[in-house]
Design a protein around this ligand. Structure first.
Ligand SMILES: [Zn+2]
Ligand SMILES: [Zn+2]
Length: 147
Protein backbone atom coordinates (compact mmCIF):
# COMPACT_ATOMS: atom_id res chain seq x y z
CA UNK A 1 0.00 0.00 0.00
CA UNK A 2 1.30 3.37 -0.98
CA UNK A 3 1.87 5.66 1.93
CA UNK A 4 -0.11 8.84 1.41
CA UNK A 5 2.03 11.93 1.42
CA UNK A 6 0.91 14.01 4.32
CA UNK A 7 0.88 17.74 4.44
CA UNK A 8 2.20 17.86 7.97
CA UNK A 9 5.98 17.89 8.12
CA UNK A 10 5.95 16.85 11.77
CA UNK A 11 6.21 13.13 11.96
CA UNK A 12 6.19 10.73 14.83
CA UNK A 13 9.60 9.13 14.90
CA UNK A 14 8.23 5.87 16.29
CA UNK A 15 6.07 5.51 13.19
CA UNK A 16 9.05 5.46 10.83
CA UNK A 17 10.32 2.26 9.33
CA UNK A 18 13.11 1.23 7.02
CA UNK A 19 10.84 1.86 4.09
CA UNK A 20 11.21 5.51 3.12
CA UNK A 21 8.17 7.65 3.62
CA UNK A 22 7.70 10.48 1.16
CA UNK A 23 6.42 13.82 2.26
CA UNK A 24 5.70 16.86 0.23
CA UNK A 25 4.66 20.24 1.44
CA UNK A 26 4.27 23.70 0.04
CA UNK A 27 3.82 26.49 2.53
CA UNK A 28 3.53 30.24 2.15
CA UNK A 29 6.96 31.76 2.66
CA UNK A 30 5.45 34.00 5.33
CA UNK A 31 5.22 30.96 7.61
CA UNK A 32 8.95 31.18 8.06
CA UNK A 33 9.18 34.25 10.17
CA UNK A 34 12.27 36.03 8.92
CA UNK A 35 11.54 39.41 10.41
CA UNK A 36 14.72 39.40 12.47
CA UNK A 37 16.93 38.45 9.57
CA UNK A 38 18.67 40.25 6.75
CA UNK A 39 17.10 38.00 4.20
CA UNK A 40 13.56 37.09 3.38
CA UNK A 41 11.73 34.48 1.41
CA UNK A 42 8.81 35.24 -0.85
CA UNK A 43 6.08 33.26 -2.63
CA UNK A 44 6.11 29.69 -1.43
CA UNK A 45 8.52 27.19 0.04
CA UNK A 46 8.25 23.62 -1.15
CA UNK A 47 9.89 20.78 0.69
CA UNK A 48 10.08 17.27 -0.67
CA UNK A 49 11.37 14.80 1.82
CA UNK A 50 11.98 11.12 2.15
CA UNK A 51 12.50 9.79 5.63
CA UNK A 52 13.19 6.36 7.04
CA UNK A 53 14.55 4.79 10.17
CA UNK A 54 16.89 1.85 10.51
CA UNK A 55 18.11 0.76 13.90
CA UNK A 56 18.09 4.05 15.76
CA UNK A 57 19.20 6.22 12.87
CA UNK A 58 16.70 8.48 11.19
CA UNK A 59 17.69 9.09 7.60
CA UNK A 60 16.26 12.14 5.89
CA UNK A 61 16.73 13.31 2.36
CA UNK A 62 15.12 16.58 1.49
CA UNK A 63 14.90 19.07 -1.32
CA UNK A 64 13.85 22.62 -0.63
CA UNK A 65 12.63 24.98 -3.31
CA UNK A 66 12.29 28.59 -2.33
CA UNK A 67 12.59 32.14 -3.57
CA UNK A 68 15.00 34.36 -1.73
CA UNK A 69 14.72 38.11 -1.49
CA UNK A 70 17.99 39.70 -0.53
CA UNK A 71 19.89 42.91 -0.88
CA UNK A 72 23.16 42.56 -2.71
CA UNK A 73 25.97 43.36 -0.30
CA UNK A 74 27.90 45.26 -2.96
CA UNK A 75 25.46 47.09 -5.25
CA UNK A 76 22.51 47.16 -2.81
CA UNK A 77 20.07 46.01 -5.47
CA UNK A 78 17.16 43.95 -4.27
CA UNK A 79 17.31 40.49 -5.76
CA UNK A 80 14.50 37.98 -5.93
CA UNK A 81 15.53 34.63 -7.29
CA UNK A 82 14.52 30.99 -7.03
CA UNK A 83 16.90 28.61 -5.35
CA UNK A 84 17.06 24.96 -4.60
CA UNK A 85 18.93 23.12 -1.89
CA UNK A 86 19.36 19.45 -1.16
CA UNK A 87 19.96 18.01 2.29
CA UNK A 88 20.81 14.67 3.73
CA UNK A 89 20.68 14.01 7.45
CA UNK A 90 21.43 10.98 9.54
CA UNK A 91 20.17 11.66 13.00
CA UNK A 92 20.70 9.60 16.08
CA UNK A 93 19.41 12.21 18.47
CA UNK A 94 16.06 13.74 18.10
CA UNK A 95 13.61 15.88 19.89
CA UNK A 96 12.53 14.51 23.25
CA UNK A 97 8.87 14.82 22.30
CA UNK A 98 9.35 12.10 19.73
CA UNK A 99 8.52 14.18 16.70
CA UNK A 100 10.69 15.20 13.81
CA UNK A 101 9.74 18.60 12.41
CA UNK A 102 11.21 18.54 8.95
CA UNK A 103 10.15 22.03 8.01
CA UNK A 104 11.87 23.70 10.95
CA UNK A 105 14.91 21.47 10.54
CA UNK A 106 15.32 22.63 6.95
CA UNK A 107 14.72 26.23 7.97
CA UNK A 108 17.46 26.09 10.59
CA UNK A 109 19.87 24.41 8.24
CA UNK A 110 19.20 26.90 5.49
CA UNK A 111 19.83 29.85 7.78
CA UNK A 112 23.00 28.34 9.20
CA UNK A 113 24.60 28.02 5.82
CA UNK A 114 23.47 31.36 4.46
CA UNK A 115 26.37 33.67 3.74
CA UNK A 116 26.27 36.88 5.74
CA UNK A 117 26.99 38.89 2.65
CA UNK A 118 25.11 37.80 -0.42
CA UNK A 119 25.97 39.16 -3.84
CA UNK A 120 23.70 39.44 -6.85
CA UNK A 121 26.53 37.92 -8.87
CA UNK A 122 30.06 36.84 -8.02
CA UNK A 123 31.42 39.58 -10.26
CA UNK A 124 29.05 42.32 -9.11
CA UNK A 125 30.73 45.64 -9.83
CA UNK A 126 29.03 47.45 -6.98
CA UNK A 127 28.34 51.12 -6.68
CA UNK A 128 30.62 53.95 -7.70
CA UNK A 129 31.79 55.55 -4.46
CA UNK A 130 31.78 58.96 -6.10
CA UNK A 131 28.55 59.29 -8.05
CA UNK A 132 26.64 56.34 -6.68
CA UNK A 133 25.60 54.71 -9.94
CA UNK A 134 25.12 50.97 -10.04
CA UNK A 135 28.14 49.95 -12.11
CA UNK A 136 26.41 46.76 -13.23
CA UNK A 137 23.84 48.85 -15.08
CA UNK A 138 25.78 51.84 -16.31
CA UNK A 139 29.27 53.22 -16.64
CA UNK A 140 30.27 56.46 -15.04
CA UNK A 141 33.00 58.90 -15.93
CA UNK A 142 34.36 59.42 -12.46
CA UNK A 143 38.12 59.24 -12.20
CA UNK A 144 39.62 56.36 -10.31
CA UNK A 145 41.63 58.53 -7.96
CA UNK A 146 39.30 57.79 -5.02
CA UNK A 147 40.22 54.14 -5.03
ZN1 LIG B 1 25.27 43.41 -6.75
ZN1 LIG C 1 30.95 57.43 -10.66
Amino acid sequence: MQEVAQADMKILIDSLTERPRDLNETIPASEWDMSSSYLDFVDTITIEASVSKAQKVVHLEAQAYFTEKIICGRCLQEIIRPLQRAYTFDMTEYDANGYLDISSLIREELLLEYPIKTLCAADCKGICPVCGVNLNLEKCTCSKKEE
